[in-house]
Design a protein around this ligand. Structure first.
Ligand SMILES: Nc1nc2c(ncn2[C@@H]2O[C@H](COP(=O)(O)OP(=O)(O)O)[C@@H](O)[C@H]2O)c(=O)[nH]1
Ligand SMILES: [Mg+2]
Length: 446
């Protein structure tokens, strides 16, 4: 087991490879031992960057002109004594320093996510905040960054903590009542319960679940699928929006057989754009499979771009977009002499030419507005992971049972399960099995 270990760990915390600066982090009870072996006789003042000429103390070989910082525990990221070496970012320097640290008794290379894991064990952050940290490091868009930072700062944890604490208090009341009741009046054990408050929490949890997945949408990217008949220009549109030739374009109907996903940053929101096989009756088994995948992409999508050929009577496919927001797009407007928006087409939409680029910015604007409304930025912290969703879901189910349970013993049991489910999100109970799942997303040095 990694936690509770008294070993001192070290790792390169910046990306491997050459760079201006590289940070090697050391954490653990003997972290300060890293100083003398690198030729530093005095421990730097806490949290003050101190310049030091690093050398291999064993034979006085100079290594680097560096900065050293000391963060005495518990006021450090991990809660343990931490020393940071800010080196020049060269491979030979990093290797030399790591080799010397590796020779220190009780030192070993950190495993993936181990610094954060220690921070968790030492009560510096909870699991939801640790997940916020991974998301923050991985954030590629503005919306992802804002959401992850909020989560790291504890706004989501505060929500789950608040519910958990209030329900735990209620549970304590019932349990107390059960302890003091005689066999006969167990029914009275729940008389002190604040049912109104429990009902309010239940409603808050339900609202939190029914948020249109906005947190998950921001985190994972909004799924946008382009669907339509063969040859209408779906792949051309994907390429136009991506700004590169991600999908093969040809006038041979049935060219696109598998889905092509492109990740885009649209107005600060992450978007996963999917090109699909054209929908038509086909004898070709591979194309049939492609069409099946098109329909499944459309049903999973948050937004579906339904594409037709401008001025054609074939129109757009009548498919079940399963709750996704549709945007009708008429392509090849350049082939039509009169270009009024939606003009002769059977259904109003945005007319574009993937070939000339006309109308693409109008489409991007419509898409951005829709994306913004789906990922609505609100102050209320949003559910960001399926793990949280499952737990809140099970807390809600148990609370519903608790609320209609006449027997105090069973009521307490349901309440206990609800409290445990909420506790699992932040890491208060039953966390052992969860840790590996959460920390495996980290890399070494974090
Ligand atoms: N004139 C014109 N041709 C287009 C336009 N968009 C695509 N095409 C052509 O239509 C054909 C089919 O395009 P493609 O993107 O492969 O369609 P897909 O089957 O829907 O993916 C190709 O020959 C494209 O060059 C457009 O806006 N105007
Ligand atoms: Mg195509």
């Amino acid at each position: 087991m990694l936690d509770g270990s008294k070993e001192t760990i070290y790792a390169l915390s910046t990306p491997a490879g050459r760079g201006g600066v590289a940070v090697v982090r050391v954490s653990g009870p003997d972290a300060k031992m890293s100083l003398p072996v690198l030729g530093i006789s005095d421990v730097p003042k806490p949290r003050v960057a101190t310049r030091a000429a690093l050398k291999r103390a064993a034979d006085d070989t100079p290594i680097d002109d560096a900065l050293v910082l000391s963060f005495p525990g518990p006021a450090s990221f991990t809660g343990e004594d931490v020393i940071e070496f800010h080196l020049h970012g060269g491979m030979a320097i990093i290797d030399a320093v790591q080799a010397i640290l590796g020779d220190c008794p009780g030192f070993r290379l950190a495993q993936a996510g181990e610094f954060t894991r220690r921070a968790f064990w030492n009560g510096k952050i909870d699991l939801v905040e640790a997940e916020g940290l991974v998301d923050l490091i991985e954030a590629e868009t503005e919306a992802q960054r804002i959401q992850a930072l909020r989560q790291l700062k504890g706004s989501l944890s505060a929500l789950y903590n608040g519910w958990q604490k209030q329900l735990a208090d209620q549970l304590a009341l019932v349990e107390l009542g059960l302890d003091f009741s005689d066999e006969g009046d167990v029914e009275e054990a729940d008389s002190g319960l604040d049912r109104q408050m429990m009902e309010t929490i239940l409603q808050e949890m339900q609202t939190h679940l029914n948020d249109g997945r906005r947190g998950e949408i921001v985190r994972n990217g909004i799924k946008v699928a382009i669907v339509g008949a063969p040859n209408v220009g779906k792949s051309s549109l994907l390429n136009a929006l991506a700004g590169r030739d991600a999908a093969i374009v040809s006038d041979v109907a049935g060219t696109t057989r598998d889905r092509v996903d492109v990740h885009l940053n649209l107005g600060g929101q992450a978007l996963v754009l999917t090109d699909t096989a054209g929908l038509r009756d086909s004898e070709d088994v591979i194309e049939q499979e492609g069409i099946r995948r098109s329909l499944s992409a459309a049903s999973e999508a948050d937004i579906v771009l339904l594409m037709g050929e401008y001025g054609s009577d074939d129109g757009i496919p009548a498919i079940d977009t399963a709750g996704a927001e549709p945007i009708v797009v008429w392509n090849k407007a350049d082939l039509s002499p009169v270009q009024t928006s939606g003009g002769s087409c059977s259904r109003p939409g945005i007319s574009i030419s993937a070939r000339t680029g006309d109308g693409i910015s109008a489409l991007e604007e419509a898409l951005t507005n829709l994306v913004r409304s789906l990922a609505l930025q609100s102050e209320a912290p949003a559910l960001t992971r399926a793990r949280h969703r499952e737990a809140v879901h099970s807390a809600v189910a148990r609370m519903e049972e608790a609320m209609r349970e006449p027997d105090a013993v069973l009521l307490a049991e349901h309440l206990r399960s609800a409290v445990a489910a909420l506790g699992r999100i932040i890491g208060k109970v039953d966390v052992e099995d969860l840790l590996d799942r959460i920390f495996r997303d980290f890399c070494i040095g974090k």
